[in-house]
Design a protein around this ligand. Structure first.
Ligand code: B12
Length: 225
C-alpha cells in the first residue's frame, strides 16, 4: 500500500526543485511497487499540483515555477503514466459512446482534461478532443458535426465559467439541449454552479468522468428509439 503523503511530498519537492529526473524516477518506482497509473495520477500528481497552485496563489512561487512544474508533469504523463494506462487497459472493440471534450473559452489548462480523454479512450469511448480555449459556438458546432452523445466541458479558471453557461444557453436556443448529455469538470466548477446552469452531471476526477459517461450511455440505450 503506497504512502501517498510521502509520495506527494517527494513529488512536490521535485517539482519545486525543477528536478525532472527525480519526478520521473519517483513515478517509475511507485508504479513498479504496485501503484496503478490512475492512482498515481489522482493521489500523487493531482494533490502536488494543487499545492503548487496554493503556493502560487499565496505568492510563495511565481508563474515561471508553475510553468516548469506543469512541464515536468506533462513529461511524467507522456513517458510513464500514459504508456502504462494504454498498455494495461486495451480498448474495447465496440464504441461505448462518443464524447466531445473541450476546455472552456479562455482556459489554457489541459493536464486534467487530457487525463479524462485518455481514460475515456482506454475504456472504449470515442473522444473528440477540441482542446483548449474553445468558444461555445465551436463546442455546439463540434457536437453537431461529430454527432456525439455527450458534451464534456472543463474549466479551471472561475473567469471562464460563464462560457459554460453560454454553451448551455446556445444549446437551448438551437433546440439541441435534449439531444446531448452535458457534463462538466475541472477545479472551477462547483455542484452549485453545475446545478444553476442545468448540466446533467459534474465529475471531480477522470475515473468519475468514465463512470458518469458509462451511466449516461446505459440510460440512453434503455430509451426507446
Ligand atoms: C499547472 C497549472 C497551470 C499551467 C497549465 C499547464 C497545462 N498545460 O495545463 C500554467 C502554468 C500554463 C497555468 C497558467 C495559469 N494559471 Co494555472 N494552474 C495550474 C495548477 C497548478 C494545476 C492545474 C492542474 O493540472 N491540476 C491537476 C488536474 C489533474 O486537475 P483538473 O484539471 O482539475 O482535472 C481533474 C478533474 O477536475 C477532472 N476533470 C477535469 N476536466 C474534466 C471534465 C469533465 C467533463 C469531468 C467529468 C471531469 C474533469 O478530472 C481531472 C483528472 O482527475 C492549478 C492549481 C489547481 N488547484 O488545480 C493552477 C490554477 C488553475 N491556475 C490558476 C491561474 C490563476 C492561472 C493563470 C491565470 C496565471 C497567470 N497569472 O497567468 C494562468 C491562466 C492561463 C489560462 N488562460 O488558462 C488558478 C486559477 C484560479 C481561479 N480560481 O480561477 C489556479 C487554481 C492556481 C491558484 N490556486 O491560484 N496554470
Amino acid at each position: 500500500m503506497a504512502d501517498w503523503n510521502q509520495l506527494q511530498n517527494e513529488l512536490l519537492e521535485a517539482l519545486l526543485n525543477e528536478d525532472e529526473d527525480a519526478a520521473l524516477s519517483l513515478a517509475r518506482q511507485a508504479l513498479a511497487e504496485g501503484a496503478t497509473p490512475t492512482e498515481f495520477f489522482t493521489d500523487c500528481i493531482t494533490p502536488a499540483l494543487v499545492e503548487i497552485g496554493n503556493r502560487f496563489e499565496s505568492l510563495d512561487i511565481y508563474l515561471p515555477e508553475m510553468v516548469v512544474a506543469a512541464e515536468i508533469v506533462q513529461h511524467m504523463n507522456d513517458e510513464v503514466i500514459q504508456p502504462q494506462i494504454t498498455a494495461a487497459q486495451a480498448s474495447q472493440a465496440a464504441s461505448q459512446g462518443k464524447v466531445l471534450l473541450a476546455m472552456a473559452q479562455g482556459d489554457l489548462h489541459d493536464i486534467g482534461k487530457n487525463m479524462v480523454a485518455l481514460l475515456l479512450r482506454v475504456n472504449g469511448f470515442e473522444v473528440v478532443d477540441l482542446g483548449i480555449n474553445v468558444p461555445p459556438q465551436d463546442i455546439v458546432a463540434g457536437a453537431e458535426r461529430e454527432q456525439v452523445d455527450i458534451i464534456g466541458m472543463s474549466s479551471l479558471l472561475t473567469t471562464c465559467l460563464p462560457y459554460m453557461k453560454d454553451t448551455m444557453d446556445m444549446l437551448q436556443a438551437k433546440g439541441l439541449r435534449d439531444k446531448y448529455a452535458v457534463i462538466v469538470g475541472g477545479a472551477a466548477s462547483t455542484p452549485e454552479f453545475s446545478a444553476r446552469i442545468g448540466v446533467d452531471a459534474q465529475g471531480h476526477t477522470a475515473a468519475e468522468a468514465v463512470r458518469i459517461c458509462r451511466s449516461i450511455m446505459a440510460g440512453r440505450r434503455q430509451q426507446p428509439a
